[in-house]
Design a protein around this ligand. Structure first.
Ligand code: PGA
Ligand code: ZN
Length: 395
């Protein structure tokens, strides 16, 4: 496939920040893609560049793509990775490379008369399956102004019917609104559309979410602690309470006994390997211990985490690594390890629904896309619904 035409423009993400949108064309068929950005980023993430600088590079990239025949997605991504030539994609920018890589993936699917998830399933040797929805309905940490120290409190319905899941989460959100308004007088949303809870004690978030979801049978709770964001000099500042790594582990053990937790993401700071290894040993049989900042969708870090027995599941975010083919390599490796896979959005999102197709295509265990009160989050869950009915009709 050749790329005949390419346009790049700057759009606003859900936080009102500039990001990139690409339109790519081949033989009269065209597609559009856009990329998100994170706020609680891992140190190992590929680097994005200022969207204005990306615009200035596009003519040169077009000249390099001109006349090139790409037989596969790998070939396309490899050319961009070679043109960039840096280990962290800082020359062309992970945002620029990824927006083109996603567009190329969409174009490949469209030209092959396939849905995007079908192409991804083929590329990753998977059978498409709907993931469980991880709805982040209480926002804390860096994604809030005056809320809990842990970043995300997540409602996870039992079954993986996206249509039913959306109905259930709307009930939970309504209950949360009642509980929070009654207790604190007003409602404020964080970056991912979930509500803020003006408290310092992390377990209050679980308490409130348990109450709001108690009527939904079989449902579970999950947390993204994003512990790197409150770690300093070997200690954790948990809402003003200073804890050692071992004290934090005991706290997680208590939470796991008292609440119906399915998973904990980034329970420790990304440098605290010992903490990860301990929690996986202590709680890994009961719950999913998920790496995000720890692993940054990077095969090298994923391998390291495996060698250290640090986790049993991983967050997959294409923009942490900066291309679709490398994202698929990360998923494949983690699957070989028998780990759980959760595909995730970023806290600054766009209307692109690519990650929903990615989650289904690689048969991920979960899709984490924030709170459906925000339209950039909702569209991903709605795309899951659409895929669900397609898969049903094909059966
Ligand atoms: P981010 O946070 O997109 O702001 O990095 C999401 C996460 O930590 O999972
Ligand atoms: Zn995270």
């Amino acid at each position: 496939m050749q790329v005949d035409n390419l346009h790049l423009k700057i759009i606003s993400d859900s936080r009102g920040k500039s990001t990139l949108e690409a339109e790519m064309e081949s033989e009269g068929i065209s597609v559009i893609s856009s990329v998100p950005s994170g706020k609680s980023t891992g140190k190992g993430e590929a680097l994005s560049i200022d969207p204005e600088k990306a615009l200035a590079k596009i003519d040169w990239i077009k000249s390099q793509l001109k006349g090139h025949e790409f037989a596969t997605l790998d070939q396309f991504d490899n050319l961009l990775i070679t043109l960039d030539g840096t280990p962290d994609k800082s020359r062309l920018g992970a945002n620029l490379i990824l927006v083109l890589s996603i567009a190329f993936t969409k174009l490949l699917a469209k030209k092959g008369n396939m849905e995007i998830y079908e192409l991804i399933a083929k590329l990753s040797d998977s059978v498409p399956v709907a993931p469980r929805c991880f709805f982040n309905v209480i926002n804390g940490g860096l994604h809030s102004k005056n809320s809990l120290p842990f970043q995300e409190y997540i409602f996870v319905p039992e079954n993986n019917s996206p249509k039913k899941n959306l109905e259930e989460v709307m009930v939970v959100i309504k209950n949360l609104e009642d509980i929070i308004t009654k207790k604190y007088g007003n409602l404020r949303q964080g970056d991912e559309g979930g509500y803020e809870v003006p408290e310092n004690d992390p377990k209050i978030g679980l308490e409130i979410l348990s109450e709001a979801s108690s009527a939904i049978g079989g449902s579970r709770l999950a947390m993204d602690v994003a512990a790197s964001t409150f770690y300093q000099d070997g200690k954790y500042d948990v809402g003003g309470k200073i804890m050692s790594s071992d004290e934090l582990l005991s706290y997680y053990q208590l939470l796991t006994q008292n609440y119906k937790l399915l998973s904990i993401e980034d329970p420790f700071a990304e440098d605290n390997w010992e903490g990860f290894t301990k929690i996986t040993k202590e709680l890994g049989e009961k719950i999913w211990i998920i790496g995000d900042d720890l692993t940054t969708t990077n095969v090298k870090s994923i391998k390291r985490a495996y060698e250290k027995n640090a986790i049993n599941g991983v967050i997959i975010k294409p923009n942490q690594i900066g291309s679709v083919s490398e994202t698929l390599q990360a998923v494949n490796l983690a699957k070989n390890y028998g780990w759980k896979i959760i595909v995730s959005h970023r806290s600054g999102e766009t209307m692109d629904t690519f990650i929903a197709d990615l989650a289904v295509g690689v048969s991920a265990d979960g899709l984490k896309s924030g709170c459906p009160l925000q339209k950039e989050r909702l569209v991903k869950y709605q795309r899951l619904e659409e895929i669900e009915s397609r898969i049903k009709n094909n059966e």
